[in-house]
Write a protein that binds this ligand. Structure first.
Ligand code: ADP
Length: 486
């Protein structure tokens, strides 16, 4: 095929150097992609095997400690989720769609947490993991904590991976708002001829580095993130002499220390008011059992259905308050089931779609949760949909504004000249939140921002919620725009 393509591109025997070079580049990119897919498949296989194997052992009840097995299964699932996240990050970074957050973070605590996350990994290899900070480190700096954490974790995890003895050090210097992070290891080192290419996607070094897990995406994502944050990343290394990756970033200090965040809410133990009925539709019995095991102890009546027909049969007998419906059922489309339910029961019945994919544009009115979800996020959505007041474990303060409510300083109200138009956009945004139509939301928020400079902070707050996929917070902002105009 490549041969035929080459003949077609270059014509009968006549080699155009420009085209030939471009063809070689395209072929190289194609080969890199094939290698990449093979590595991804390899990366997916080992955690998947662990999940599969341990699940079967539990099923057969073969002398396996179920708690230990569940822990391995959970960790493997987390690993898979991280891999998917890495791939999505890569796609976002490559497509230029990633947006940075900016918040005041407690700098020393943040660094200590990063180290704590990797301590076990270092310990397992008998390596010392050292955090070196100057005495004058500021208490707060402005940063995107998720992305900065990702950069540091990538570099430190690599340092641990490619070091067999000695230590890994994270050294911080901070002067005139410029933070310098050095990740120093005593590992296998990197030859000068590899120093540049390892920052490209899918590039890995043969020799002593080979055989260690990885897909060759970490440094590419890290470099792209550092550049997005306006920073710079450098490498100093020699084979056998360890490596030092240095990241320089401008991290400004807030003028005054930010207000303390609300305390973490206690665990949800139930809800106030009458009993609520929930129907869960999924063709995966494990998923049905999991959602049932989560919701029943909290006082929900749960009915499960594996397809649209049985869901309709159940809802003919009981009128559920909420339906949780998987989008990608083996034999049917979840959105179609949602539409049939909606036609029969009207808007009083809330529908939440669960899916690994983005919702389609013509999806019927329903909230959307991306899989894999964590229980807290699912409960937050259920609470929002059903207007529930949660009961929480004693001893901890209940959240004043829900687990992830809108920011207290949300920039409202708007001047009267803008308020009416903004309210219209607010209604549209609320509608789009209900169907979870992300691209539609982006456009609607852009339209709100375009109303005038006064609307910019509000649009920014909305974008921030959307970036976190915090749809309840976005809906709350959209509702406030409308009520302020009324
Ligand atoms: P991965 O770790 O998944 O292979 P990365 O993009 O993070 O992908 O790294 C690319 C390659 O760079 C690695 O495969 C390894 O060969 C080399 N490398 C990265 N960090 C180090 C390090 N600290 N010491 C030695 N080699 C490294």
């Amino acid at each position: 095929m490549a041969g035929r393509l080459r003949t077609w591109l270059t014509g009968e025997g006549g080699e155009t150097p420009d085209l030939a070079a471009r063809l070689r580049a395209a072929e190289a990119a194609n080969e890199a992609k094939t290698r990449f897919l093979a590595s991804v498949a390899h990366e997916i296989r080992s955690p998947l095997n662990a999940i599969y194997g341990y699940a079967q052992l539990i099923e057969r009840g073969e002398g396996q400690d179920p708690i230990a097995a569940a822990r391995t299964i959970r960790r493997s699932a987390e690993h898979l989720a991280h891999l998917v996240e890495g791939l999505l990050d890569m796609a976002q970074v490559e497509g230029g769609a990633l947006k940075l957050e900016r918040e005041a973070i407690r700098f020393p605590e943040f660094l200590a947490q990063v180290i704590a996350m990797l301590e076990l990994q270092a310990e397992a290899k008998g390596l010392a993991l050292v955090l070196e900070t100057p005495p004058s480190l500021p208490e707060f700096v402005h940063a995107d904590p998720k992305r900065l954490r990702q950069v540091l974790i990538n570099l430190i995890a690599n340092a641990i991976k490619f070091t067999d003895a000695g230590a890994v050090t994270l050294r911080i210097e901070y002067r005139n708002q410029l933070a310098t992070f050095s990740v120093i290891d005593t590992g296998i080192g990197i030859a000068p001829e590899d120093a540049e290419r390892i920052f490209a996607p899918f590039e890995r070094v043969a020799g002593p580095a080979a055989g260690r897990p990885g897909v060759g995406l970490g440094l590419a994502i890290t470099q792209a993130l550092v550049h997005m944050m306006g920073g710079d990343i450098r490498l100093e290394s020699a084979p056998g002499a360890g490596s030092t990756f240095t990241v320089k970033l401008m991290l400004s200090q807030p003028l005054s220390p930010p207000a303390d965040p609300a305390p973490e809410p206690g665990a949800i133990t139930g809800y106030l008011g009458r009993e609520r009925w929930v129907v869960v539709i999924d063709d995966d019995p494990a998923h049905l059992a999991m959602v049932r095991a989560l919701l029943e102890p909290l006082g929900f009546q749960v009915r499960t259905a594996s397809d649209g027909e049985s869901a309709l049969a159940i809802t003919a007998q009981v009128q559920p308050d909420l339906v949780l419906c998987d989008v990608a059922l083996e034999a049917e489309n979840g959105w179609d089931i949602a539409e049939r339910l909606r036609r029969r029961h009207g808007a009083a019945m809330r529908i939440v779609m669960l899916s690994g994919e983005a919702p389609r544009a013509d999806a019927p009115q329903a909230t959307f949760i991306a899989k894999p979800f964590d229980f807290t996020a699912l409960l937050a959505v259920i609470g929002e949909e059903l207007g529930l007041e949660w009961m929480r474990a004693p001893g901890e303060a209940p959240a004043a504004r829900g687990p992830r409510g809108p920011r207290a300083d949300a920039p409202l109200p708007l001047p009267p000249a803008l308020a009416a138009q903004a309210a219209q956009q607010g209604a549209e945004i609320e509608r789009l939140v209900r169907i979870g139509h992300v691209r539609g939301l982006e456009a609607a928020i852009d339209a709100l921002a375009a109303l005038g400079a006064e609307a910019t902070p509000l649009a920014d707050a909305m974008r921030e919620s959307l970036d976190r996929f915090d749809l309840p917070a976005l809906a709350a902002l959209a509702r406030r725009v409308q009520s302020d105009a009324a």
